[in-house]
Design a binder for this molecule. Structure first.
Ligand code: LLP
Length: 424
């Protein structure tokens, strides 16, 4: 939320005017701040250090939140590991200079090809989500003459109290292994010749604002870990997933990472296992914004529509989850003319769906050509973008100490159909 700073030239990121970026790179355009990304990582590192966990923990950035190579490279340079959910994400991590031995592989469905690729790369751990996956992984490792390091993702049956689409910790979800059945499955895994049981993991959901459900889940995971140790199966690491929520709305009470983690880390005080975390959103969400320009104003009797050049294909979260992103004018506040009255606007994109909105009823004084910043768009923004309506995906720019770097150029329309072919 603090990504932008006001200036007489309008909003800036790290001292660079957003208006200048719009001129140089066009709109819509994602803008990230290296300083903000680094600070978000430091918040985790410092919280772990404060609990004496620095030397026995690994922050595995959840690549799905934003998989741009420049972002992966930055986190790799900061010493982070990575949480991946596909072979494609593994390729990105390696391409960006990440280390395979700091990669954990999550996901409820891994193909055999993906298993082979990750086995050959030598990843740190497969987070296994079913008995069937365990068997398939054992077979693939055997075929390659390798041992697969595994953890079981347990489903602790706790209510994460978040949007139902991103809650994963209830029995009714497709994710993880019922914690009641996990003990027996661990014994089976330990008996499989090509598997090495390394850890346990859980992830109960995303955009979590209250640490209580996660703390409850950790308690259940630790109890199972102790039961396994007593049965002669000690674990090396405990992976508590990601999920920490961020502030999307000026008045929203979002937890500081240190405060959220405190009741979780307290439970590790007298333990010996390594801790793995899989944060995504909280590392990148508030380090990015989506810059867009007002194309058309359509004041009406019922609603006022401001059609901007970003759309649901660029930022899907409002359409998919009814998610709120703060939308602020880029021009300096004083630039609003005397006759400009703020009206409630529907901020919408040009896509042919009524679900194509970025914000409802935003009270703003708008003119055609104005620039708007859609805030907190660094996570699950570009990562979920599509080419719907044959719209090339936006450019991505990273600001680093006063310099703007293009980290993904805007797609061309030709690239959108370059893989297609007509019948002979
Ligand atoms: N680990 C696992 C196994 C996950 O499934 C996820 C996210 C994470 C870690 C990272 O969670 P985070 O720290 O980012 O909350 N597209 C949705 C969010 C989907 C989250 C999917 N899993 C959104 O835009 O809100």
């Amino acid at each position: 939320m603090t990504l932008t700073t006001p200036h007489t030239d309008g909003l800036q990121v790290e001292g660079v005017a957003l208006a200048t970026l719009a001129e140089r790179f066009g709109t819509p355009c994602y803008v990230y701040s290296r300083a903000a990304l680094t600070a978000a990582h430091a918040a985790y590192r410092d919280a772990l250090a404060a609990h004496g966990m620095r030397g026995r923990s690994l922050i595995c950035y959840a690549v799905k939140a934003n998989s741009n190579l420049a972002i992966l490279d930055l986190f790799a340079r900061l010493g982070a590991g990575f949480d991946i959910v596909s072979g494609g994400e593994l390729d990105r991590v390696i391409k960006a200079g990440g280390r395979a031995d700091k990669v954990v592989f999550s996901g409820v469905g891994k193909s055999r090809q993906e298993m082979q690729k990750a086995l050959k790369a030598g990843i740190r751990c497969f987070n296994v989500e079913s008995a069937s996956e365990l068997g398939q992984l054992n077979e693939e490792a055997g075929r390659l003459g390798l041992i697969a390091p595994i953890s079981l993702r347990v489903n602790p049956d706790v209510d994460a109290k978040t949007h139902p689409y991103i809650a994963t910790g209830l029995k009714s979800a497709k994710f993880g292994i019922d914690i009641e059945q996990a003990f027996d499955l661990y014994l089976r895994a330990a008996a499989m010749p090509h598997l090495a049981v390394k850890g346990i993991d859980c992830h109960i959901g995303s955009q979590l604002l209250d640490p209580a459900p996660a703390a409850e889940a950790v308690g259940k995971v630790l109890a199972l870990t102790d039961r396994l140790a007593a049965a002669g199966l000690p674990l090396e690491h405990i992976d508590i997933g990601g999920g920490i929520g961020i502030q999307y709305q000026a008045d929203e009470p979002a937890p500081a990472v240190a405060d959220y983690l405190a009741p979780l880390l307290a439970q590790f005080a007298d333990r010996r296992e390594h801790l793995i975390l899989e944060p995504g959103r909280s590392l990148v969400g508030n380090a990015g914004l989506l810059l867009t320009r007002v194309m058309v104003l359509k004041p009406g009797t019922d609603k006022n529509f401001a059609v901007v050049d970003a759309a649901m294909n660029d930022l899907m979260r409002p359409a998919l989850y009814d998610a709120w992103h703060d939308i602020v004018p880029v021009a300096a506040a004083g630039k609003v003319g005397p006759g400009d009255t703020a009206l409630p606007w529907e901020i919408v994109g040009p896509v042919c769906e009524s679900g194509d909105f970025l914000g409802h009823q935003r009270k703003l004084a708008l003119h055609e050509g104005d620039l708007l910043a859609i805030l907190s768009a660094g996570a699950y923004g570009m990562a979920m973008a599509s080419n719907y309506n044959s719209r090339p995906r936006a450019a991505e720019v990273m600001i680093d100490g006063g310099e703007a770097h293009l980290i993904r150029r805007r797609e061309t329309v030709g690239e959108l159909y370059a893989l297609e072919a007509c019948l002979p």
